[in-house]
Write a protein that binds this ligand. Sequence first.
Ligand SMILES: [Zn+2]
Length: 673
Amino acid sequence: MTNPLLAEWNRPFGLAPFDRISDEDFAPAFEVALAAHLAEIEAIADSPEAPSFANTIEAMEGAGEALDKVLSVFFSVAGADSNPARQALQREFSPKLAAHSSAIYSNERLFARVRDLWERRDALGLSEEEARVLMLTHRGSVRAGAALTGEEAERMTAVKSRLAVLGTQFTQNLLKDEADWVMPLSEADLEGLPGFVVDGARSAGEAGGHDGPVVTLSRSLIVPFLQFSPRRDLREKAWRAWTSRGENGGETDNRGIAAEILGLREERAALLGYPDFATFKLETEMAGTPDRVRELLMQVWAPARAAAMADQAQMEEMLRADGINDDFRAWDWRYYAEKRRKALHDLDEAELKPYLQLERMIEAAFTCSNRLFGLEFRELDQPLYHPDCRAWEVTRNGTHLAVFIGDYFARASKRSGAWCSAMQSQAKRPVEKAPIVINVCNFAKPPKGKPALLSYDDARTLFHEFGHALHQMLSDVEFGSVSGTSVARDFVELPSQLYEHWLEVPEVLAEFATHAETGEAMPEALLNKVLAAATFDMGFQTVEYVASALVDLEFHSGVSSDDPMAKQAEVLAEIGMPSAIPMRHATPHFAHVFAGDGYSSGYYSYMWSEVMDADAFAAFEEAGGAFDPATASKLEKFILSKGGSVEAEELYTAFRGRMPGVEALLKGRGLAA
Ligand SMILES: [Zn+2]
């Protein structure tokens, strides 16, 4: 029998025949598809014809179709419905995929063709998008080291493979430090903790084989413990353990690894001809240069710090009122912030929940996209990889646009968090493809017969991921490599963070946030409480984030430091870091920056996108409302349909007429003067 992953898929709209695929099919299909892709690449590289856009760049775009199909199914189930067999396959596939891509980049004959086209680019008569795809293909190869020869090429390979080893070691040390520490709690130690924290401590104790409740370094347990425990001595002990992960001496200490990583990154940038790693890294991002990142972060820093210090002054009084004559410390912050939150906002999750039904929130996200972009949704009856998944055909004016899949409920086989991915990206050449997009979330599944209810954060997540889905579904470009969310890292969160704003539009909540039992709309007083609480303690949150982003940036700017801890202290002293607020991620456990390359000198990205989303939503408000048709059509034309086919800054400027200032962000965070 033919492997169903490699056979023709004759399901509607290009959906995979999930009901016919079993785990045993993945490994053999993967090997065949990998070999097929390599053979296609070899054929392009060895073509006897002179290089042309069609026989080289467009041919590369079209290569690997079988591999795309196999991986789209595999990664969907590996992330959202894993099992031991799929985990083992993932461990087997990852190094093979890394070797596969480096084999393509180091193919000298292929790179010679790409370079030849790049050098003749002005004489090729390329369209704007073709020129862009050629530039990206050439740039990606050069940045991967394809243009290096001899000793330099060898050194680059050695540097990259050493960096991969160090990144893995950094992560494993961190996991070990996190797993090794527990703080047992006596029954008396539990006093004052809310039920869900006590339950969490008990089940952590059971899971770890201890004979009573414990606090571990898992964020979901230690943060509520620091928030609610009235025991200052225990909070200090827990806080110290939490903030010294990776910094405990011995075999799991990450300080030496961080120093070596920074040195190797600097060398990598130098081999490619860049003055430092941040300059290399930011070249492909919207921010472009370290100075522009620094400028944004420093504009936010001063108002955030001022807000945090004002909050701290109030909490210091609360500390005194508790009879404590000591400085206000880092382990006091979350505890007193929680007390302040209760006093100021009195927002009860339990009162809010019945108004946020999953079914109605899906309807709200769909309806907003209908009012803005004319999208229509029809539920499909097709087998998917799990019975909880649902699929809709998305059309506009009767024309097929995409398939949208929603996989909303938490289960043990799903990794945590929420994400959006494309099982098939939009493209017109060399083969026409309509997007198949999936949103995966981790909402609590209701008991049978009851409606699924969301927290406000859950509802925001639903809109966020649907914003990413719109970026994929409305994509209208020629080539798959620049479609949908294939954009700069500091631009990719714009459509998603922007879409969150429609959840907060009063008419949307009035229509869709209706009580599960009474059907009544959310009372305005409750709605106002929700909106007011959204910016609570934002000074603290902004300070801990911006400090981390600045340290990340300075680590990779200029000559790298042999002593990252000294460098970190220097940066924090310079900006006047409040003593009661730690970095969100200190160096020895800053996995974003050291576990891999993804967010190195890129931790700022979230805030860069936030500046734009706040400013972009303001464009709707200025034009007369959240559903202003002219602004919506500009948003689609200049941003959502364009993917990465045009430079991000050009797109944003076309949409808004200018680049954003930081004002809308400060207002959104409640930090504006
Ligand atoms: Zn996102």
